[in-house]
Design a protein around this ligand. Sequence first.
Ligand code: LIP
Length: 267
Amino acid sequence: MTGNEELLELAVAIATDAGRLAAARREVGVEVAASKSSLEDVVTFADRETEALIRSRLADARPDDGFLGEESGTGSGRSGLTWVVDPIDGTVNYLYGIPHYAVSIAVVEGEPDPATWTALAGVVFNPASGELFTATRGGGAHLAGRRLTVAPPVDLSQALVGTGFGYQAAKRERQAAVVQRLIGRIRDIRRFGTASLDLCSVASGRLNAYYESGLAPWDHAAGGLVAAEAGALVTGGDGRPASSDLIISAHPEVAKTLESVLREVTN
Ligand code: LIP
């Protein structure tokens, strides 16, 4: 087993237990603990409890590694590796009982910054569907033992495109204006509500493309590796890495076309 496969094995074991905890809390009812950047941007007690489980398991297993989590922030390490964690990606889906949310755990080399990090292993686990997407750098992306490959290229007019909206009303209005100008140039839009699973949908051919602006590193760390290892381009546009400004993911040919059309319809 390679070093990355060992890291993945640990991530899968922890993500599975964390997913079970989140699902169990979902069964008994979810309570909002607080709101963050806006009233719509909520954190539930389950988000915090799930992240606490993940963080303590990682600290026990790999005390020298760093940590970056959506709910509990950063912890520095000595090993040069950092775990980037979203305990419940798709929190609003989770709050409403929509069975489309995921535990997302990735381990990266270098600073926990998408502009410079090298993702080594990642897992995206949807406890409601039981689907567990995994990837290691150079080792491919898998779902239930099946190797994933991105959908073959299509003309943009035939592309099913996923996207998302932010937690600030003004931002959502700008994003909606982009969708209004884009929707006549593609097959249709899908707003599933969970960035990590959107990227896994590109990896598994369920979407031809995905783009979003305003994501945090933990929203795309693991899903981005799954998509890339399935053959998708994961980019921030203009050859830059994915960032909070923009992430686009699709077969390289489709990604290039979508990138130029987005540049046209975004002002
Ligand atoms: C969510 C993302 C989603 C985006 C939401 C939010 P969270 O992450 O998965 O794609 O549209 O605005 O960022 O807050 O559920 O971890």
